[in-house]
Design a protein around this ligand. Structure first.
Ligand SMILES: [Zn+2]
Length: 283
């Protein structure tokens, strides 16, 4: 196994796998957006949520998403602001742009747990993208009465603009157009997650892409996948590498590793993803 602490020589070695690859499966987790500067904690959290921190004791955007707000007015003040700053009112992240440059002429597919829409905003084809955990830009019925999701941009912008003292006005609380129940975000936080037609089509495209990798020179490129949900990307990537001898590249700040069984096929790079992708492009 090649292991390094942000060494450009190893990045170059990883880069050399790309031109010869028939297929590339990219697996992207929270670390990719963190490398873009879209941190859910620290300074960036307090910039947008100092009032929520003071009143509710919330310490970061991730845990705040699970806070048991007593009213929908507060719930939507939090969520509209969180969606706004992470989905609508932030730039396209540099590592996403670099990654697209690296793979744009290749036959690739992206599997991501990120819900911030960065891949599409950076110009990745929607046909090559499976966002398993949902999308900040979609609402769904809170007790799903049907298999639909709804674009939320206008609703979110209004709730952000018209909230006062961490509450949105009653009339802006989003309601399901089918059954009238309150809406919620289309994020996989419990078993009520709606897998709409778009999600199912993306899941099918991903399965078919993976199926097509068998017997081909395939590179698995894992970026910023943490230990929270390894069953979605990390473990399946390890398994695919072990079964099919696929190359496995893992780029992760402080958490770049591979199990012994696939070490001969692995390049693990411990470093900032943006820097490493830049080094790979330079190579
Ligand atoms: Zn409904």
């Amino acid at each position: 196994m090649k292991f390094t602490n942000g060494c450009s020589q190893i990045a170059a070695e990883a880069a050399r796998l790309i031109p010869g690859a028939d297929r590339i499966i990219i697996g992207a987790g929270a670390g990719l957006s963190a490398s873009a500067g879209f941190s859910y904690s620290g300074q960036r959290f307090y910039k947008y949520f100092s009032d929520f921190a003071a009143k509710y004791g919330i310490r970061d955007m991730y845990s705040g998403g699970f806070y048991p707000f007593k009213t929908l007015n507060e719930f939507w003040a939090w969520w509209s602001r969180s969606i706004f700053v992470n989905r609508y009112d932030c730039p396209v992240g540099r590592p996403y742009q670099l990654l697209l440059q690296l793979v744009k002429d290749k036959n690739y597919f992206v599997l991501t747990t990120n819900v911030d829409h960065q891949f599409q905003r950076a110009g990745f084809s929607k046909q090559r993208l499976f966002y398993t955990q949902g999308d900040y830009g979609l609402f769904q019925c809170s007790k799903p009465c049907c298999n639909k999701t709804y674009d939320n941009e206008d609703a979110v912008r209004r709730m952000v603009a018209e909230q006062r003292d961490m509450k949105v006005p009653d009339e802006l609380i989003p309601r399901c157009p089918v059954c009238g129940r309150p809406m919620t975000c289309n994020l996989r936080v419990d078993d009520g997650f709606v897998e709409d037609d778009g999600w199912r089509a993306a899941a099918a495209r991903y399965s078919s892409f993976v199926e097509g990798c068998k017997g081909k020179n395939t590179v698995l490129l894992e970026l910023g996948v943490g230990a929270n949900t390894p069953v979605i990307i990390k473990y399946p990537f390890w398994e695919m590498s072990r079964e099919n001898n696929f190359s496995y590249i893992c780029i992760n700040l402080n958490q770049a590793f591979a199990p012994e069984e696939i070490q001969k096929n692995s390049i693990c790079i411990d470093g900032d993803i943006t820097e490493v992708l830049q080094q790979m492009l330079n190579a």
